[in-house]
Design a protein around this ligand. Structure first.
Ligand code: OAD
Length: 251
């Protein structure tokens, strides 16, 4: 029943806001953030690997950890869930995706309106200046590579204790406040401020639909919960929306 319910809400919606987390990319072979701490990195505390202090204390270790994650991201492909969201985007005048993922897979799948709340692992920035660095600017003879200013290059992702990229949260908050439906896919809902977006949407009157393999911090706020994996549930949901719309047009 709940897929029907979700399809009914989405078929009637004009504005849709999608929040995605690591579960969105799990079926592309990218471990969720906390699963990434395996093998050589097992036992490392994310706070030491994903924080400015951690980078300053051991820039080579942190850079190499991100380099290993970049390799996995570059080898990954968008999955059926990413592609289903591209189909969905084409059916609405106003659909926006706000992702916590740094893998760029929504863009590679073809989604055009994507806010990368936590940056992008394939980008590099100057640790001192903060500006984005082009590949050609990097002195790759060192690890981490250095910026022309002499400081280290750092991954273009948001670390613990850092603010989101300028303007991104404001744009996401404005979009979720005007949406009819907020679709939340594959996030534990524990990291702020991303986890507040569905709550803000609900407070503004949006219906919340969650897709997750298990319960999350978002579940209690959801009007409809679809228990399952993103790559399976999203394609069938998008198919059902089309069927509901066709049926209502035929009647
Ligand atoms: P988590 O690893 O915290 O949670 C992943 C969520 O996806 C869990 O709720 C899983 O149940 C669910 N999940 C796993 N596989 C799934 C699948 N195939 N289909 C659907 N759901 C699935 O990842 P996030 O919630 O994204 O922040 O974590 C948020 C942030 O925590 C990350 O962006 C990162 C980390 O600190 C920064 O790096 C700033």
């Amino acid at each position: 029943m709940s897929v029907e319910e979700a399809a009914g809400l989405l078929a009637a919606a004009r504005r849709v806001f999608v929040v995605t987390g690591a579960g969105m990319s799990a079926e592309s072979g990218i471990p969720t953030f906390r699963d990434a701490l395996t093998g050589l990195w097992s036992g490392c505390d994310p706070m030491t690997l994903a924080s400015p202090d951690g980078f300053e204390a051991n820039p080579e270790l942190v850079w190499r950890w991100y380099a290993s994650r970049r390799e996995r991201v570059l080898a990954a492909q968008p999955n059926a869930g990413h592609l289903a969201l591209v189909r969905l985007e084409g059916r609405y005048e106003d659909l926006m995706i706000a992702t916590q993922n740094v893998d760029g897979l929504h863009g590679r799948a073809g989604s055009r309106r994507v806010l990368e709340l936590h940056g992008n692992i394939l980008e590099s920035r100057c640790f001192r200046e903060g500006r984005r660095l082009e590949e050609r600017e990097l002195d790759a003879s060192r690890v981490p590579p250095s910026c022309p200013c002499g400081s280290h290059a750092r991954p273009g992702v948001v670390w613990f204790g850092e603010a989101l990229p300028d303007g991104v949260l404001g744009e996401a908050a404005a979009a979720v406040a005007r949406c009819d439906v907020c679709l939340v896919v594959g996030t534990s809902g524990v990291v702020q401020p991303a986890a507040s977006l569905p709550i803000w949407g609900r407070a503004a009157g949006a219906k919340i639909i969650e897709i997750n393999r298990e319960e999350s911090e978002i579940t209690l706020a959801a009007h409809v919960v679809l228990r399952g994996s993103a790559a399976t549930v999203l394609p069938s949901l998008v198919d059902r929306i089309a069927a509901v719309r066709n049926a209502s047009e035929a009647s």
